[in-house]
Design a protein. Structure first.
Length: 226
């Protein structure tokens, strides 16, 4: 290959030839780096889905490419998560302990999906106007609870529970239930569910191959004639 390339350069404009070669290299590096970063982003999103952590956390993986709107031999891509601490917890495993209170409150399956004003449910924003006041139930040697009393089970597709408004039922307690709304635990252990480093290592191993493919896809080298 050295002979024909040198001959082509000597027969034409060497500076122009080198400029074209440099331009091809810049385009190949930029395309290869940015494309492989996209592969990495989608692989990390797939890892979150496979870990059973849902599409919302998966979409937290984002990508930024540099330089923007140009090509360079120093092209780079930054793949990152907007939920960095949460991803790290599920990558490494973590123990979460109550900090300012004695217990962590974990909603039960019977609890409403959100608190007042549609925010994430906690005991402080629990919609007591719909369910009544929370009551603490201590369980020695077990998991304590926050419960609501005087509940009727809703019928139909909506399901769930609601505070009874019947004076007769409230007076007799007939047909009414006490329903746990929160489990109270001193700490929880998040098991490892993500493989971020393994995904990164696997995908980035193909970077050189992707750059070479981008280089080859640009066709034969253009050589200048006399």
């Amino acid at each position: 290959m050295r002979g024909p390339r040198l001959e082509a350069a000597l027969q034409g404009d060497l500076r122009r030839y080198l400029e074209e070669e440099l331009d091809l290299a810049k385009r190949a590096v930029t395309k290869g780096v940015h494309k492989q970063a996209t592969v990495l982003k989608h692989a990390l999103r797939a890892d979150v889905i496979a870990g059973g952590l849902g599409r919302r956390l998966a979409r937290s993986w984002q990508q930024e490419n540099y330089p923007k709107g140009n090509v360079s031999l120093n092209a780079a891509s930054y793949v990152f998560s907007k939920a960095e601490k949460l991803v790290a917890a599920f990558e490494e495993g973590a123990t979460i302990r109550a900090s300012k209170t004695r217990f962590l409150a974990i909603p039960t399956p019977a609890a409403p999906k959100s608190g007042r004003k549609g925010v994430r449910l906690t005991p402080s924003n629990f919609p007591e106007d719909q369910f009544g006041p929370l009551r603490f139930v201590y369980v020695k040697g077990g998991t304590s609870l926050l419960v609501v009393d005087n509940q009727r089970e809703r019928r139909g597709k909506r399901g769930g529970y609601a505070l009874s408004r019947s004076k007769r039922a409230l007076a007799s307690g007939h047909g009414l239930l006490t329903v746990p709304m929160f489990f109270l635990v001193p700490q929880v252990r998040l098991r490892r569910r993500l493989n971020v480093q393994a995904v990164v290592t696997s995908v980035t191993a193909g970077l050189a191959r992707e750059i070479d493919a981008a280089f080859q896809s640009q066709g034969p080298r253009r050589r200048r004639r006399r």
